[in-house]
Design a protein around this ligand. Structure first.
Ligand SMILES: Nc1nc2c(ncn2[C@@H]2O[C@H](COP(=O)(O)OP(=O)(O)OP(=O)(O)O)[C@@H](O)[C@H]2O)c(=O)[nH]1
Ligand SMILES: [Mg+2]
Length: 209
């Protein structure tokens, strides 16, 4: 290799190493994805990604926070966080009516959520470098959606961490999640309370460097 070519390839490697990794936060509705995305963004950049809500499908379009630099043991990892809408097989507008939302608004929300899910699925195939899969540890992890999504992630050969969220709640079971997906590492946390965030950042730095 000529000197110039060699210098050029070293420079491009240097830039490639600095390019942020795009990390998609996926999982079923209400698992706490936005709460987690906001906590990570607030801890490292000072501002939030989007609104959190007990109403399912609050996030209906993917939201991105770019250049989040997480410092770990003297080195740092630079990521773009993509908060995605909760994935379900069917968005039923009557779910919204239970939360005192008018029918017109409910229909609009369910349409947006369906489009958002399709978009997030498309990104999973094309546009992310790694996945944080968030589950509510108080609910049954053995669902069709979880099995299908984890399967797609595996088929794309993407690095994936499973986050067992809401461990502050009494009926949370991290073991149930570990049993469901023994092939992946499961990290317990409470995105709401900020429990176990040190391990969360250690694992992010380890997996998505
Ligand atoms: N107890 C507890 N509640 C949590 C935790 N994380 C999130 N929540 C609550 O769970 C609800 C859903 O949180 P979101 O962050 O909006 O969930 P999401 O996965 O983004 O939901 P969608 O955008 O609808 O898919 C909210 O009421 C949160 O306050 C947690 O660690 N513990
Ligand atoms: Mg959300």
């Amino acid at each position: 290799m000529g000197l110039l070519t060699s210098i050029r390839s070293s420079i491009s490697e240097l830039f490639a190493a600095d390019e942020p990794k795009r990390i998609g936060i996926y999982g079923p509705p209400n698992a706490g994805k936005t709460t987690l995305a906001n906590r990570i963004a607030r801890d490292w950049t000072g501002d939030a990604v989007g609104p959190e809500s007990h109403v399912p499908h609050e996030t209906r379009r993917a939201r991105r926070k770019e250049n989040v630099e997480i410092k770990r043991n003297g080195s740092s990892v630079n990521i773009d966080i993509v908060d995605t809408p909760g994935v379900t097989t069917k968005v039923d507008y009557t779910e919204f009516l239970e939360h005192d939302i008018e029918e017109d608004d409910a229909i609009r929300r369910s349409r947006e959520a369906t489009e958002g899910v399709a978009e997030a699925m498309h990104w999973l195939r094309e546009d992310v470098d790694g996945v944080i899969y968030v589950l509510d540890a108080t609910t049954d992890p053995f669902t069709q959606v979880n099995t299908m999504l984890i399967g797609i992630i595996e088929s794309q050969d993407l690095p994936v961490l499973i986050f067992a969220n809401k461990i502050d709640l009494e009926d949370a079971s991290v073991q149930r999640i570990r049993n469901a997906f023994p092939q992946h590492e499961t990290v317990p946390l409470s995105a709401l309370e900020g429990d176990n965030m040190d391990e969360v950042y250690d694992k992010i730095a380890e997996y998505f460097r």
